[in-house]
Write a protein that binds this ligand. Structure first.
Ligand SMILES: [Cu+2]
Length: 117
């Protein structure tokens, strides 16, 4: 019985919808911006952007650990330092719809950008 409960819990943990983790960009004057809080991970972890609209992600690192001091977008060739307590703006190329992962410098924490057509 414990085993079944554990499996159910793991299933819930991975597959339960967590809508608060996802944030859709607001488009203002043909530019979309999303603020991402970096503190023990990324909040939100999933960002939705509209294709073809210039986009900026503003990462603010509050976490003291060096683990999160870089954010890496392999698909875009971005490896940006995130000094603690500062907001770093990263421009995202939204010309191609798709799902693009980002990660900390050690590939331990992850987030993703969904570019919707
Ligand atoms: Cu890390």
């Amino acid at each position: 019985m414990i085993g079944i409960g554990l499996i159910a819990f793991i299933g819930w943990w991975f597959f339960a919808p967590r809508p608060e983790d996802r944030k859709q960009s607001a488009v203002v004057a043909n530019h979309q911006t999303v603020a991402i809080d970096v503190n023990g991970g990324y909040a939100p972890e999933t960002v939705e952007l509209q294709a073809g609209v210039p986009a900026t992600l503003n990462f603010t690192r509050r976490d003291p650990s060096g683990c999160l001091d870089h954010v890496v977008f392999n698909d875009f060739g971005i490896n940006q330092e995130l000094p603690k307590g500062k907001t770093e703006s990263i421009d995202i190329d939204t010309s191609k719809p798709g799902v693009y992962q980002w990660a900390c410098g050690m590939d331990m924490f992850h987030g993703k950008v969904i570019i919707k057509a």
